[in-house]
Design a protein around this ligand. Structure first.
Ligand SMILES: Cc1cc2nc3c(=O)[nH]c(=O)nc-3n(C[C@H](O)[C@H](O)[C@H](O)COP(=O)(O)OP(=O)(O)OC[C@H]3O[C@@H](n4cnc5c(N)ncnc54)[C@H](O)[C@@H]3O)c2cc1C
Length: 384
């Protein structure tokens, strides 16, 4: 039997799950189709920092990206405190804030000045007694930044839990803007929203959302992971106008601390093999964290592409990117932090729904949540 739906979403990671939750609360008859596990691709590989724009103002001007993102930390905080939907009360954050520190160079100091420009979340200088032990030996100032770091896997579980009966795992055997056949289900959507990250490219093609120009771009990263007896640390070391290293900390299933290392190290790593990147990362980390010992730790790396709407010049899009053609919308948040903002924009495009008290979702296989990269990496190197 055909099922009439208001919206079918493709892709169940940060962007799709946030939108699905919003649509359900507005009374839409919606489902979300996930091909693999929830979060596969960028979200589960990300560092989970809910940016407020400081990163985009390090050159001393508040860029358009900083404007777009500055309302996001309070927005996510409200959700985690239960003041605003989706109510994520009780879902653990990885950290309540980030640290920002600099190397001793003058360029670095200028970067810090830029970081103060006109944002909701501003870096607050902390004196030596308030520094975390891991940053005691840093030569320059240390700032606290009120940008929470979410535990991405716990967030995905919580969002999936809220909307279990609206989730479908699988791939359609027939897909057009009017009809989607998946498993036993014959879905007739009024609108389709693509939040499938890199998967949007093929879906756009299948649904006729293409023109002469490439619709999507991929910007690669080669991230580093370090695990072992390490202090928890979340933050950025700033050098001049860029983040020399961005470090976030998690605990793995064996109880070890794992650092995810991004920033310039992951950009530089794109052209390196792991055998070259790991010693480079070790030297960089030793330089930006003078007091930390890396004795006995293990190292690994993973490659992942940032999937975004293509922009001229191939740089980072300044804001979320949404393309609409007829009843199909394709969207890329550009940052996980921007998922709520993107959801608001899509909801506005889709319009209002009558609350359907009868609608309880569909019977279908449900997707799992993806494992983070430190649980799936097979290669850990301790001989560095
Ligand atoms: C290493 C790294 C670190 C990052 N750190 C941060 C950070 O600290 N803060 C921040 O704000 N942003 C960060 N980002 C950016 C952020 O991760 C992304 O902008 C965001 O997660 C994108 O979410 P998404 O839901 O659009 O796509 P994705 O997370 O890529 O998810 C796409 C989903 O769609 C599914 N899918 C794919 N194809 C199909 C299909 N055909 N049918 C059905 N489902 C499909 C996938 O399985 C997946 O579940 C980082 C990105 C990377 C790569």
């Amino acid at each position: 039997m055909a099922i009439e739906l208001d919206v079918v979403i493709f892709g169940g990671a940060g962007a799709g799950l946030w939108l699905l939750d919003e649509l359900r609360r507005r009374g839409a008859r919606a489902v979300l189709i996930e091909r693999d596990a929830l979060g596969t691709g960028q979200t589960v590989a990300s560092q989970g920092i809910i940016h407020g724009g400081v990163k985009y103002s390090l050159k001393g001007v508040v860029s358009a990206s900083a404007q777009a993102i500055r309302a996001m930390p309070p927005r996510w905080r409200d959700a985690y405190a239960g003041r605003r939907e989706p109510d994520l009360t009780g879902v653990e954050l990885r950290a309540d804030g980030c640290w920002l520190w600099r190397t001793a160079s003058m360029r670095s100091r200028l970067g810090m000045l830029g970081a103060r420009a006109g944002l909701v979340v501003k870096p607050v200088s902390v004196d030596a007694s308030q520094r975390p032990a891991v940053l005691t030996d840093c030569p320059g100032e240390v700032y606290r930044l009120d940008e929470p770091v979410i535990d991405v896997v716990k967030f995905l579980h919580a969002m999936a839990q809220r909307n279990q009966r609206l989730l479908i795992r699988g791939e359609p055997i027939e897909l057009s803007a009017d009809r989607i056949i998946i498993g036993d289900l014959d879905l007739r959507p009024a609108s389709i929203v693509l939040t499938a990250g890199a998967g949007n490219e093929a879906l756009c093609e299948q649904l006729g959302l293409v023109n002469d120009h490439p619709i999507m771009q991929r910007r690669p990263l080669h991230m580093v992971m370090v695990r072992g007896d390490l202090p928890a640390l979340n933050g950025h070391c700033v050098d001049g106008g860029h983040t020399r290293a961005t470090i976030t900390s998690a605990t793995d299933s064996a109880g070890r601390t794992v650092w995810q290392v991004g920033g310039q190290i992951a950009e530089d790593g794109v052209t390196m093999e792991p055998a070259a990147l790991i010693p480079h990362a070790r030297d960089e980390l030793a330089a930006v964290l003078p007091g930390v010992s890396f004795e006995g730790v293990e190292w690994s790396t993973y490659r992942v592409d940032r999937a975004e709407r293509a922009v001229i010049g191939g740089g980072r899009p300044e804001d979320v990117q949404i393309v609409q053609r007829g009843k199909v919308i394709a969207a890329w948040p550009t940052k996980l932090a921007l998922a709520p903002h993107m959801s608001d924009l899509i909801v506005d495009l889709l319009g209002e729904y009558g609350i359907d008290q009868e609608y309880e979702g569909v019977d279908a296989p449900r997707p799992d949540v993806a494992l983070p990269p430190w649980e799936t990496s097979q290669t850990w190197n301790s001989d560095v």
